[in-house]
Design a protein around this ligand. Sequence first.
Ligand code: GTP
Ligand code: MG
Length: 345
Amino acid sequence: MKFLDEAKVYIRSGDGGNGCVSFRREKFIEFGGPNGGDGGKGGDVIAQAVDGLNTLIDYRYQQHFAAKNGQAGMGKDRHGANGGDIMLKVPVGTQIYEEDSETLLADLTASGQDIVLLRGGNGGFGNAHFKSSTNRAPRHANPGLPGTALTIRLRLKLIADAGIVGLPNAGKSTFLAAVSAAKPKIADYPFTTLHPQLGVVKVDNREFVLADIPGLIEGAHEGVGLGDRFLGHIERCRVLLHLIDGAAGDAAAAYATVRAELLAYGHELADKPEIIAINKADALTAEAIEREVKGLSRIAKSRPLVISAVSGEGVAEVLRALLKVVDEARRGSAPANEASAAWQP
Ligand SMILES: Nc1nc2c(ncn2[C@@H]2O[C@H](COP(=O)(O)OP(=O)(O)OP(=O)(O)O)[C@@H](O)[C@H]2O)c(=O)[nH]1
Ligand SMILES: [Mg+2]
């Protein structure tokens, strides 16, 4: 399934049906009186988060969605049929913005959660509605109210408990593949990963969701490389795993580059708890490891762990450290998403 995390969609709710002007006319019946029915209500446009979707790709192929109009009222006191609603199914984690991309209309974070984006127009009253003691033969009915149209932007922000950040080639995808059943593409060139991947990690009989995103480089917040647009997918994470390629030399500089990009992106990413790990220990000498740890410790918030995603060294320790923060956050707040809600100790 192709990945798409942004879409622009045009929606329109249904018009209400017009009320009807009609009089009862039957043989041998005098003074039949008004019997024009009311118009039906136009359909609503509703968005709902559903399980089993993790992309907005459907909205690349269809961008216009209109609910049905209500039918007009008819004689003999017949009410017009209401117009059918239209339901936009979106993945859990989808945010719905107005066209300006800034005004948030809805944030659908749980499966089944829905929101009425546009209400259909009400149907007009038929003339039967207007009869009174002083006006026993009203000759007017109301028109139905028109529906409304809106352009919305959908933005998917994946729901994960922990997210991996780092420069390209740090081994982020290798790590995700090693600890979960996910099968991300892995190769020794930068920007192997082009879109985010999720994996479920099992550790000590517990689970959490880990996200791997494309690598960041200096200037990502200005659009360099793949830019920082995928950072949105880790905005909801409770903890970050910062992976650094130990074999590339100068772990401290690599760390600082990524931290600067997180800070420039904003959205409190830089304030999230962070587990730091120097990767590729299997390819390093003991002296090199010591040198990198020393250099990094000087500027990092916490002491870096040393791991190898390939040999598995230190990986369990990283997972426990991540789980610990995830657990604390879960205890401290109401479950922020389905993955956490489903989890039981
Ligand atoms: N020796 C060694 N090589 C590793 C280790 N982890 C990853 N690699 C190698 O590093 C290269 C990059 O790995 P990826 O997992 O694709 O790196 P990434 O961080 O996902 O890279 P991007 O997706 O491009 O940002 C691959 O050739 C891996 O085989 C490790 O622990 N030891
Ligand atoms: Mg990758």
